[in-house]
Design a protein around this ligand. Sequence first.
Ligand SMILES: Nc1ncnc2c1ncn2[C@@H]1O[C@H](COP(=O)(O)OP(=O)(O)O)[C@@H](O)[C@H]1O
Ligand SMILES: [Mg+2]
Length: 502
Amino acid sequence: MAGIADLARIHTPLRAPDVDHLIGLVGSWGLLADLCFSDLMLFASMGHPADGEGAERFLVLSQVRPTTGQTLYKTDWIGRVVTDHERPLVARCMSLGEIISGEVPNQELRELVRVLCIPVRRDGRTVAVLTREAASSVGRHTGELERTYVEVFHRFARMIATGEFPFRTLDEWEGDAPRVGDGALLLDGTGRIEFASPNAISALHRLGVHGQLEGNLLGELGLPESAVRSAFGRGVPAYDEMERPGEVTVSMWCLPLLEHGTTTGALALLHDISEVRRRDRLLLSKDATIREIHHRVKNNLQTISSLLRLQARRLEAPEAKAALEESVRRIRSIALVHETLSLEAGDDVPFLEIVRPLVRMVEEGLVSPERPVSVTVVGDAGKLPATMATSLSVVLTELLQNAMDHAFPLGSVHEPSHVELRLGNDGRSVTVLLRDDGVGLPEGFDLEASTGLGLSIVRTLVTTELGGTISMRRGRGDATRPGTVVELVVPLSEDPLDPLAR
Ligand SMILES: Nc1ncnc2c1ncn2[C@@H]1O[C@H](COP(=O)(O)OP(=O)(O)O)[C@@H](O)[C@H]1O
Ligand SMILES: [Mg+2]
Protein backbone atom coordinates (compact mmCIF):
# COMPACT_ATOMS: atom_id res chain seq x y z
CA MET A 1 0.00 0.00 0.00
CA ALA A 2 1.38 3.37 -1.02
CA GLY A 3 1.94 5.93 1.72
CA ILE A 4 0.21 9.26 1.79
CA ALA A 5 3.35 11.11 0.68
CA ASP A 6 3.78 8.94 -2.44
CA LEU A 7 0.08 9.04 -3.32
CA ALA A 8 0.01 12.81 -3.05
CA ARG A 9 3.26 13.32 -4.94
CA ILE A 10 2.41 11.03 -7.84
CA HIS A 11 -1.30 11.67 -8.31
CA THR A 12 -2.05 15.17 -7.06
CA PRO A 13 -0.70 18.64 -7.75
CA LEU A 14 -0.15 19.23 -4.00
CA ARG A 15 3.12 20.89 -3.03
CA ALA A 16 5.55 19.49 -0.47
CA PRO A 17 4.57 21.81 2.44
CA ASP A 18 0.90 20.96 1.85
CA VAL A 19 1.70 17.26 1.88
CA ASP A 20 3.63 17.72 5.14
CA HIS A 21 0.58 19.42 6.61
CA LEU A 22 -1.58 16.44 5.59
CA ILE A 23 0.96 13.96 7.00
CA GLY A 24 0.81 15.87 10.29
CA LEU A 25 -2.98 15.70 10.22
CA VAL A 26 -3.05 11.97 9.55
CA GLY A 27 -0.41 11.48 12.26
CA SER A 28 -2.79 12.74 14.92
CA TRP A 29 -6.25 12.12 13.56
CA GLY A 30 -6.84 8.78 15.33
CA LEU A 31 -7.83 10.99 18.22
CA LEU A 32 -10.39 12.77 16.06
CA ALA A 33 -11.93 9.51 14.83
CA ASP A 34 -12.30 8.43 18.46
CA LEU A 35 -13.87 11.73 19.47
CA CYS A 36 -16.56 11.50 16.78
CA PHE A 37 -16.99 7.69 16.94
CA SER A 38 -16.74 7.61 13.15
CA ASP A 39 -14.55 6.76 10.18
CA LEU A 40 -12.51 9.60 8.76
CA MET A 41 -11.27 9.92 5.19
CA LEU A 42 -8.96 12.36 3.54
CA PHE A 43 -9.63 13.41 -0.06
CA ALA A 44 -7.29 15.37 -2.31
CA SER A 45 -8.20 16.76 -5.69
CA MET A 46 -6.51 15.23 -8.73
CA GLY A 47 -7.84 18.09 -10.85
CA HIS A 48 -9.85 17.84 -14.03
CA PRO A 49 -8.75 15.62 -16.91
CA ALA A 50 -6.15 17.26 -19.15
CA ASP A 51 -8.72 18.16 -21.84
CA GLY A 52 -10.61 20.24 -19.29
CA GLU A 53 -13.70 18.16 -19.95
CA GLY A 54 -15.28 15.72 -17.54
CA ALA A 55 -15.56 15.43 -13.84
CA GLU A 56 -13.08 16.54 -11.20
CA ARG A 57 -11.60 13.50 -9.54
CA PHE A 58 -10.65 13.00 -5.90
CA LEU A 59 -8.17 10.55 -4.47
CA VAL A 60 -8.57 9.00 -1.02
CA LEU A 61 -5.19 9.70 0.58
CA SER A 62 -5.89 8.13 3.93
CA GLN A 63 -8.54 6.58 6.11
CA VAL A 64 -8.84 5.89 9.84
CA ARG A 65 -11.33 3.90 11.88
CA PRO A 66 -12.48 4.80 15.39
CA THR A 67 -11.44 2.68 18.35
CA THR A 68 -14.48 3.99 20.21
CA GLY A 69 -17.11 2.89 17.71
CA GLN A 70 -17.88 0.69 14.73
CA THR A 71 -16.43 1.26 11.31
CA LEU A 72 -18.69 1.78 8.31
CA TYR A 73 -16.14 0.46 5.87
CA LYS A 74 -14.71 -3.01 5.97
CA THR A 75 -12.76 -2.40 2.79
CA ASP A 76 -9.75 -0.22 2.41
CA TRP A 77 -10.43 3.06 0.61
CA ILE A 78 -6.89 4.33 0.40
CA GLY A 79 -5.85 4.97 -3.21
CA ARG A 80 -9.41 4.89 -4.57
CA VAL A 81 -10.53 7.59 -6.96
CA VAL A 82 -14.01 9.13 -6.90
CA THR A 83 -15.55 11.75 -9.17
CA ASP A 84 -17.42 14.86 -8.12
CA HIS A 85 -20.63 13.10 -9.21
CA GLU A 86 -20.09 10.36 -6.68
CA ARG A 87 -18.95 12.72 -3.94
CA PRO A 88 -20.54 16.10 -4.68
CA LEU A 89 -20.14 17.25 -1.07
CA VAL A 90 -16.38 16.76 -1.19
CA ALA A 91 -16.20 18.80 -4.39
CA ARG A 92 -18.34 21.57 -2.92
CA CYS A 93 -16.35 21.68 0.32
CA MET A 94 -13.15 21.88 -1.70
CA SER A 95 -14.35 24.87 -3.70
CA LEU A 96 -16.20 26.64 -0.86
CA GLY A 97 -13.55 26.12 1.80
CA GLU A 98 -16.27 25.74 4.43
CA ILE A 99 -17.51 22.95 6.66
CA ILE A 100 -20.63 21.40 5.10
CA SER A 101 -22.66 18.29 5.76
CA GLY A 102 -25.10 16.06 3.92
CA GLU A 103 -25.82 12.49 3.01
CA VAL A 104 -24.43 10.18 0.34
CA PRO A 105 -25.43 6.67 -0.63
CA ASN A 106 -23.05 3.91 0.40
CA GLN A 107 -22.97 0.95 -1.96
CA GLU A 108 -21.31 -1.27 0.61
CA LEU A 109 -24.07 -0.84 3.17
CA ARG A 110 -26.95 0.03 0.84
CA GLU A 111 -27.89 2.87 3.11
CA LEU A 112 -27.25 6.55 3.46
CA VAL A 113 -24.09 7.80 5.07
CA ARG A 114 -24.03 11.07 6.94
CA VAL A 115 -20.97 12.96 5.84
CA LEU A 116 -19.39 16.00 7.40
CA CYS A 117 -16.86 17.63 5.08
CA ILE A 118 -14.13 19.70 6.68
CA PRO A 119 -11.82 21.74 4.47
CA VAL A 120 -8.17 21.19 5.42
CA ARG A 121 -6.78 24.69 5.05
CA ARG A 122 -3.24 25.92 5.01
CA ASP A 123 -2.08 29.45 4.24
CA GLY A 124 -5.62 30.46 3.33
CA ARG A 125 -6.07 27.66 0.75
CA THR A 126 -8.02 24.43 0.89
CA VAL A 127 -5.51 21.65 0.30
CA ALA A 128 -7.72 18.64 1.03
CA VAL A 129 -11.06 17.62 2.45
CA LEU A 130 -11.44 15.54 5.58
CA THR A 131 -14.74 13.69 5.90
CA ARG A 132 -16.43 12.21 8.90
CA GLU A 133 -18.54 9.28 7.73
CA ALA A 134 -21.28 8.00 10.02
CA ALA A 135 -24.21 5.70 9.36
CA SER A 136 -27.50 7.54 9.29
CA SER A 137 -29.13 4.93 11.49
CA VAL A 138 -26.70 5.40 14.36
CA GLY A 139 -25.35 8.52 15.91
CA ARG A 140 -27.94 9.49 18.43
CA HIS A 141 -25.18 9.71 21.00
CA THR A 142 -27.14 10.73 24.02
CA GLY A 143 -24.74 10.09 26.88
CA GLU A 144 -22.78 12.95 28.37
CA LEU A 145 -19.49 11.42 27.29
CA GLU A 146 -20.61 11.01 23.69
CA ARG A 147 -22.01 14.54 23.51
CA THR A 148 -18.87 16.02 25.03
CA TYR A 149 -16.55 14.09 22.70
CA VAL A 150 -18.50 15.02 19.59
CA GLU A 151 -18.55 18.64 20.69
CA VAL A 152 -14.77 18.59 21.13
CA PHE A 153 -14.47 16.94 17.71
CA HIS A 154 -16.34 19.88 16.17
CA ARG A 155 -13.94 22.30 17.85
CA PHE A 156 -11.02 20.42 16.28
CA ALA A 157 -12.90 20.43 12.95
CA ARG A 158 -13.07 24.24 13.06
CA MET A 159 -9.35 24.32 13.86
CA ILE A 160 -8.68 22.18 10.78
CA ALA A 161 -10.68 24.63 8.70
CA THR A 162 -8.68 27.58 10.05
CA GLY A 163 -5.34 25.80 9.69
CA GLU A 164 -4.80 25.60 13.47
CA PHE A 165 -4.84 21.79 13.48
CA PRO A 166 -2.68 19.71 13.09
CA PHE A 167 -0.39 21.38 15.60
CA ARG A 168 2.96 22.23 14.13
CA THR A 169 4.89 20.70 17.02
CA LEU A 170 3.54 17.19 17.12
CA ASP A 171 6.52 15.43 15.55
CA GLU A 172 7.27 13.75 18.84
CA TRP A 173 4.04 11.72 18.68
CA GLU A 174 5.62 9.57 15.97
CA GLY A 175 2.78 7.10 15.58
CA ASP A 176 2.51 6.90 19.33
CA ALA A 177 -0.22 9.52 19.56
CA PRO A 178 -2.55 9.08 22.53
CA ARG A 179 -6.16 8.18 21.85
CA VAL A 180 -9.10 9.23 23.95
CA GLY A 181 -9.85 5.70 25.11
CA ASP A 182 -7.07 6.14 27.64
CA GLY A 183 -8.93 8.85 29.47
CA ALA A 184 -9.70 12.46 28.69
CA LEU A 185 -10.24 15.66 30.66
CA LEU A 186 -11.92 18.61 29.03
CA LEU A 187 -10.74 21.89 30.49
CA ASP A 188 -12.62 25.15 30.08
CA GLY A 189 -11.14 28.49 29.05
CA THR A 190 -9.82 29.08 32.57
CA GLY A 191 -8.20 25.65 32.87
CA ARG A 192 -10.87 24.19 35.15
CA ILE A 193 -12.06 20.64 34.57
CA GLU A 194 -15.36 20.73 32.72
CA PHE A 195 -15.65 17.01 32.08
CA ALA A 196 -13.71 13.87 33.05
CA SER A 197 -14.16 10.58 31.21
CA PRO A 198 -14.57 7.41 33.30
CA ASN A 199 -11.09 6.22 32.32
CA ALA A 200 -9.65 9.58 33.34
CA ILE A 201 -11.40 9.33 36.69
CA SER A 202 -9.92 5.84 37.24
CA ALA A 203 -6.44 7.01 36.24
CA LEU A 204 -6.64 9.90 38.70
CA HIS A 205 -7.92 7.56 41.41
CA ARG A 206 -4.85 5.41 40.92
CA LEU A 207 -2.78 8.55 41.40
CA GLY A 208 -4.56 9.11 44.70
CA VAL A 209 -6.84 11.90 43.50
CA HIS A 210 -10.37 11.34 44.82
CA GLY A 211 -13.45 13.48 45.15
CA GLN A 212 -14.94 16.10 42.89
CA LEU A 213 -12.99 16.77 39.71
CA GLU A 214 -15.32 19.08 37.79
CA GLY A 215 -14.81 22.75 38.52
CA ASN A 216 -11.27 22.31 39.85
CA LEU A 217 -7.94 23.38 38.45
CA LEU A 218 -5.38 20.57 38.17
CA GLY A 219 -3.23 22.40 40.73
CA GLU A 220 -6.09 22.37 43.23
CA LEU A 221 -6.15 18.58 42.93
CA GLY A 222 -2.42 18.37 43.61
CA LEU A 223 -1.56 17.60 39.99
CA PRO A 224 1.20 19.29 37.98
CA GLU A 225 0.05 22.25 35.94
CA SER A 226 3.00 23.01 33.68
CA ALA A 227 1.54 21.26 30.62
CA VAL A 228 -1.75 23.08 31.01
CA ARG A 229 0.09 26.35 31.44
CA SER A 230 2.05 25.79 28.18
CA ALA A 231 -1.07 24.78 26.30
CA PHE A 232 -2.90 27.90 27.40
CA GLY A 233 0.02 30.29 27.35
CA ARG A 234 1.58 29.33 24.04
CA GLY A 235 -1.27 27.55 22.28
CA VAL A 236 0.80 24.43 21.68
CA PRO A 237 0.44 20.84 22.92
CA ALA A 238 2.44 20.04 26.03
CA TYR A 239 3.40 16.84 27.79
CA ASP A 240 3.70 16.04 31.44
CA GLU A 241 3.83 13.01 33.67
CA MET A 242 2.07 12.52 36.96
CA GLU A 243 3.44 10.07 39.42
CA ARG A 244 2.65 8.28 42.61
CA PRO A 245 6.24 7.34 43.26
CA GLY A 246 7.12 3.72 42.62
CA GLU A 247 3.56 2.73 41.83
CA VAL A 248 1.67 4.68 39.23
CA THR A 249 2.76 6.90 36.36
CA VAL A 250 0.19 8.62 34.18
CA SER A 251 1.22 10.59 31.14
CA MET A 252 -0.72 13.62 30.00
CA TRP A 253 -0.86 15.35 26.65
CA CYS A 254 -2.57 18.69 26.96
CA LEU A 255 -3.93 19.90 23.61
CA PRO A 256 -5.14 23.49 23.38
CA LEU A 257 -8.51 24.11 21.75
CA LEU A 258 -8.03 27.23 19.71
CA GLU A 259 -10.40 29.72 18.17
CA HIS A 260 -8.62 32.11 15.86
CA GLY A 261 -5.46 32.07 17.92
CA THR A 262 -7.07 32.18 21.36
CA THR A 263 -7.07 29.16 23.63
CA THR A 264 -10.67 28.60 24.67
CA GLY A 265 -10.08 25.33 26.44
CA ALA A 266 -7.96 22.21 26.33
CA LEU A 267 -8.24 18.49 26.00
CA ALA A 268 -5.97 16.58 28.37
CA LEU A 269 -5.39 12.99 27.29
CA LEU A 270 -4.28 10.66 30.02
CA HIS A 271 -2.54 7.35 29.67
CA ASP A 272 -1.47 5.02 32.45
CA ILE A 273 2.14 4.17 31.61
CA SER A 274 2.97 2.50 34.96
CA GLU A 275 3.45 -0.86 33.27
CA VAL A 276 5.78 0.63 30.65
CA ARG A 277 7.82 2.40 33.32
CA ARG A 278 7.96 -0.75 35.46
CA ARG A 279 9.24 -2.76 32.50
CA ASP A 280 11.79 -0.05 31.68
CA ARG A 281 13.09 -0.22 35.24
CA LEU A 282 13.19 -4.02 35.11
CA LEU A 283 15.06 -4.04 31.80
CA LEU A 284 17.54 -1.52 33.13
CA SER A 285 18.19 -3.62 36.21
CA LYS A 286 18.39 -6.81 34.12
CA ASP A 287 20.91 -5.18 31.84
CA ALA A 288 22.91 -4.02 34.85
CA THR A 289 22.76 -7.52 36.34
CA ILE A 290 24.02 -9.14 33.14
CA ARG A 291 26.90 -6.69 32.97
CA GLU A 292 27.69 -7.31 36.63
CA ILE A 293 27.83 -11.06 35.91
CA HIS A 294 30.24 -10.52 33.02
CA HIS A 295 32.35 -8.43 35.35
CA ARG A 296 32.47 -11.25 37.90
CA VAL A 297 33.24 -13.89 35.27
CA LYS A 298 36.11 -11.71 34.08
CA ASN A 299 37.41 -11.38 37.65
CA ASN A 300 37.21 -15.13 38.20
CA LEU A 301 39.05 -15.86 34.97
CA GLN A 302 41.73 -13.40 35.95
CA THR A 303 42.09 -15.15 39.30
CA ILE A 304 42.48 -18.51 37.55
CA SER A 305 45.10 -17.14 35.18
CA SER A 306 47.02 -15.58 38.10
CA LEU A 307 47.01 -18.90 39.93
CA LEU A 308 48.33 -20.67 36.85
CA ARG A 309 51.03 -18.07 36.47
CA LEU A 310 52.12 -18.55 40.09
CA GLN A 311 52.26 -22.26 39.40
CA ALA A 312 54.33 -21.69 36.25
CA ARG A 313 56.89 -19.66 38.20
CA ARG A 314 57.52 -22.55 40.55
CA LEU A 315 58.22 -24.98 37.72
CA GLU A 316 61.71 -25.78 36.54
CA ALA A 317 61.04 -27.46 33.16
CA PRO A 318 60.92 -24.80 30.43
CA GLU A 319 58.41 -26.82 28.41
CA ALA A 320 56.02 -27.01 31.34
CA LYS A 321 56.46 -23.31 32.05
CA ALA A 322 55.69 -22.48 28.40
CA ALA A 323 52.60 -24.71 28.39
CA LEU A 324 51.20 -22.97 31.45
CA GLU A 325 51.98 -19.54 30.00
CA GLU A 326 50.02 -20.49 26.88
CA SER A 327 47.08 -21.53 29.03
CA VAL A 328 47.30 -18.24 30.89
CA ARG A 329 46.99 -16.37 27.58
CA ARG A 330 44.03 -18.50 26.47
CA ILE A 331 42.17 -17.76 29.67
CA ARG A 332 43.02 -14.09 29.54
CA SER A 333 41.74 -13.82 25.97
CA ILE A 334 38.34 -15.10 27.15
CA ALA A 335 38.44 -12.71 30.09
CA LEU A 336 38.88 -9.85 27.62
CA VAL A 337 35.55 -10.67 25.98
CA HIS A 338 33.76 -10.68 29.34
CA GLU A 339 35.42 -7.42 30.25
CA THR A 340 34.11 -5.83 27.05
CA LEU A 341 30.64 -7.27 27.69
CA SER A 342 30.67 -5.86 31.20
CA LEU A 343 31.10 -2.37 29.75
CA GLU A 344 28.64 -2.59 26.87
CA ALA A 345 24.87 -2.91 27.03
CA GLY A 346 23.62 -5.74 24.87
CA ASP A 347 24.92 -9.02 23.52
CA ASP A 348 27.20 -7.79 20.75
CA VAL A 349 30.79 -6.72 21.24
CA PRO A 350 32.88 -4.39 19.10
CA PHE A 351 35.54 -6.96 18.21
CA LEU A 352 38.29 -4.41 17.67
CA GLU A 353 38.06 -3.49 21.34
CA ILE A 354 39.04 -7.08 22.16
CA VAL A 355 41.68 -7.40 19.45
CA ARG A 356 43.78 -4.46 20.60
CA PRO A 357 44.33 -5.63 24.21
CA LEU A 358 44.73 -9.17 22.92
CA VAL A 359 47.57 -8.13 20.64
CA ARG A 360 49.10 -6.18 23.52
CA MET A 361 48.89 -9.27 25.74
CA VAL A 362 50.76 -11.45 23.23
CA GLU A 363 53.32 -8.72 22.61
CA GLU A 364 53.96 -8.29 26.33
CA GLY A 365 54.53 -11.99 26.78
CA LEU A 366 56.56 -12.80 23.70
CA VAL A 367 58.17 -9.74 22.15
CA SER A 368 61.62 -8.92 23.51
CA PRO A 369 64.82 -7.22 22.32
CA GLU A 370 65.91 -10.66 21.07
CA ARG A 371 62.64 -10.99 19.20
CA PRO A 372 61.80 -7.53 17.81
CA VAL A 373 58.38 -8.18 16.26
CA SER A 374 55.77 -5.51 15.66
CA VAL A 375 52.10 -6.33 15.19
CA THR A 376 49.80 -4.08 13.20
CA VAL A 377 46.02 -4.34 13.08
CA VAL A 378 44.24 -3.26 9.91
CA GLY A 379 40.49 -3.06 9.25
CA ASP A 380 37.61 -3.89 11.56
CA ALA A 381 35.29 -6.83 12.14
CA GLY A 382 32.47 -4.70 13.51
CA LYS A 383 30.16 -5.84 16.29
CA LEU A 384 30.01 -9.58 16.82
CA PRO A 385 27.77 -11.79 18.95
CA ALA A 386 29.43 -12.61 22.27
CA THR A 387 29.80 -16.37 21.61
CA MET A 388 31.46 -15.72 18.25
CA ALA A 389 33.74 -13.07 19.75
CA THR A 390 34.81 -15.50 22.48
CA SER A 391 35.77 -18.26 20.04
CA LEU A 392 37.48 -15.85 17.68
CA SER A 393 39.54 -14.26 20.42
CA VAL A 394 40.84 -17.66 21.53
CA VAL A 395 41.64 -18.49 17.88
CA LEU A 396 43.48 -15.20 17.39
CA THR A 397 45.47 -15.76 20.55
CA GLU A 398 46.67 -19.15 19.23
CA LEU A 399 47.55 -17.76 15.83
CA LEU A 400 49.41 -14.74 17.22
CA GLN A 401 51.20 -16.96 19.68
CA ASN A 402 52.24 -19.31 16.85
CA ALA A 403 53.49 -16.44 14.75
CA MET A 404 55.75 -15.39 17.63
CA ASP A 405 56.87 -18.91 18.58
CA HIS A 406 57.34 -20.48 15.17
CA ALA A 407 57.71 -17.71 12.59
CA PHE A 408 60.34 -15.96 14.66
CA PRO A 409 62.10 -18.62 16.75
CA LEU A 410 64.31 -17.02 19.42
CA GLY A 411 67.77 -16.30 18.11
CA SER A 412 66.76 -16.59 14.47
CA VAL A 413 65.52 -13.04 14.10
CA HIS A 414 67.84 -10.11 14.04
CA GLU A 415 66.14 -7.61 11.80
CA PRO A 416 62.74 -6.06 12.67
CA SER A 417 59.89 -8.44 11.84
CA HIS A 418 56.22 -7.87 11.21
CA VAL A 419 52.90 -9.50 11.78
CA GLU A 420 49.86 -8.01 10.12
CA LEU A 421 46.35 -8.79 11.29
CA ARG A 422 43.72 -7.79 8.78
CA LEU A 423 40.03 -7.89 9.80
CA GLY A 424 37.00 -7.60 7.59
CA ASN A 425 33.22 -7.92 7.83
CA ASP A 426 30.95 -7.60 4.80
CA GLY A 427 27.75 -8.28 6.69
CA ARG A 428 27.70 -11.94 5.67
CA SER A 429 31.01 -13.16 7.02
CA VAL A 430 33.98 -12.12 9.07
CA THR A 431 37.41 -12.55 7.53
CA VAL A 432 40.70 -12.68 9.41
CA LEU A 433 43.99 -12.57 7.56
CA LEU A 434 47.15 -13.05 9.60
CA ARG A 435 50.38 -12.57 7.72
CA ASP A 436 53.93 -12.84 9.12
CA ASP A 437 57.30 -12.45 7.43
CA GLY A 438 58.93 -15.25 9.40
CA VAL A 439 60.72 -18.50 8.58
CA GLY A 440 57.64 -20.13 7.11
CA LEU A 441 55.81 -23.40 7.68
CA PRO A 442 57.93 -26.55 8.05
CA GLU A 443 58.49 -28.73 4.99
CA GLY A 444 55.48 -30.95 4.26
CA PHE A 445 53.22 -29.08 6.72
CA ASP A 446 49.59 -30.21 6.57
CA LEU A 447 47.04 -28.34 8.62
CA GLU A 448 44.64 -31.29 8.75
CA ALA A 449 47.38 -33.62 9.96
CA SER A 450 48.93 -31.19 12.42
CA THR A 451 48.76 -32.55 15.94
CA GLY A 452 49.79 -29.50 17.97
CA LEU A 453 47.33 -28.38 20.64
CA GLY A 454 47.17 -24.79 19.36
CA LEU A 455 46.07 -25.58 15.81
CA SER A 456 43.73 -28.31 17.09
CA ILE A 457 41.97 -25.70 19.17
CA VAL A 458 41.86 -23.36 16.17
CA ARG A 459 40.43 -26.06 13.88
CA THR A 460 37.76 -27.10 16.35
CA LEU A 461 36.63 -23.56 17.10
CA VAL A 462 36.64 -22.33 13.51
CA THR A 463 35.09 -25.31 11.73
CA THR A 464 32.91 -26.93 14.39
CA GLU A 465 31.92 -24.02 16.61
CA LEU A 466 31.79 -21.22 14.07
CA GLY A 467 31.05 -23.17 10.87
CA GLY A 468 33.89 -21.38 9.08
CA THR A 469 36.95 -22.31 7.06
CA ILE A 470 40.65 -21.99 7.70
CA SER A 471 43.65 -22.13 5.40
CA MET A 472 47.40 -21.81 6.05
CA ARG A 473 49.84 -21.25 3.25
CA ARG A 474 53.35 -20.15 2.49
CA GLY A 475 53.81 -16.40 2.16
CA ARG A 476 55.45 -14.60 -0.77
CA GLY A 477 58.76 -13.73 0.90
CA ASP A 478 62.23 -14.95 -0.19
CA ALA A 479 63.62 -18.45 0.50
CA THR A 480 65.00 -17.61 3.96
CA ARG A 481 61.96 -15.66 5.12
CA PRO A 482 58.96 -16.86 3.08
CA GLY A 483 56.47 -16.00 5.80
CA THR A 484 53.08 -17.56 6.52
CA VAL A 485 49.54 -16.52 5.70
CA VAL A 486 46.59 -17.75 7.73
CA GLU A 487 43.11 -17.01 6.44
CA LEU A 488 39.81 -17.51 8.29
CA VAL A 489 36.32 -16.99 6.95
CA VAL A 490 33.50 -17.23 9.48
CA PRO A 491 29.88 -16.78 8.39
CA LEU A 492 27.67 -14.45 10.40
CA SER A 493 24.50 -16.42 11.06
CA GLU A 494 21.27 -14.82 9.86
CA ASP A 495 19.45 -15.83 12.99
CA PRO A 496 21.72 -16.27 16.01
CA LEU A 497 19.05 -18.39 17.70
CA ASP A 498 18.86 -20.85 14.85
CA PRO A 499 21.82 -23.24 14.96
CA LEU A 500 20.95 -24.55 11.48
CA ALA A 501 21.49 -21.11 10.00
CA ARG A 502 25.09 -21.12 11.14
N1 LIG B 1 53.19 -18.66 11.76
C1 LIG B 1 53.82 -19.85 11.67
N2 LIG B 1 55.05 -19.92 11.07
C2 LIG B 1 55.70 -21.09 10.98
N3 LIG B 1 55.22 -22.26 11.45
C3 LIG B 1 54.03 -22.27 12.03
C4 LIG B 1 53.27 -21.07 12.18
N4 LIG B 1 52.11 -21.38 12.80
C5 LIG B 1 52.16 -22.70 13.04
N5 LIG B 1 53.28 -23.25 12.59
C6 LIG B 1 53.65 -24.67 12.65
O1 LIG B 1 52.51 -25.41 13.07
C7 LIG B 1 52.85 -26.24 14.17
C8 LIG B 1 51.68 -26.50 15.08
O2 LIG B 1 51.33 -25.39 15.83
P1 LIG B 1 50.42 -25.53 17.13
O3 LIG B 1 49.34 -26.47 16.81
O4 LIG B 1 50.05 -24.20 17.61
O5 LIG B 1 51.35 -26.24 18.17
P2 LIG B 1 52.57 -25.63 18.94
O6 LIG B 1 52.49 -24.17 18.80
O7 LIG B 1 52.41 -26.10 20.31
O8 LIG B 1 53.76 -26.24 18.24
C9 LIG B 1 53.98 -25.52 14.83
O9 LIG B 1 54.79 -26.36 15.59
C10 LIG B 1 54.74 -24.91 13.64
O10 LIG B 1 55.62 -25.85 13.09
MG1 LIG C 1 50.91 -22.96 19.12
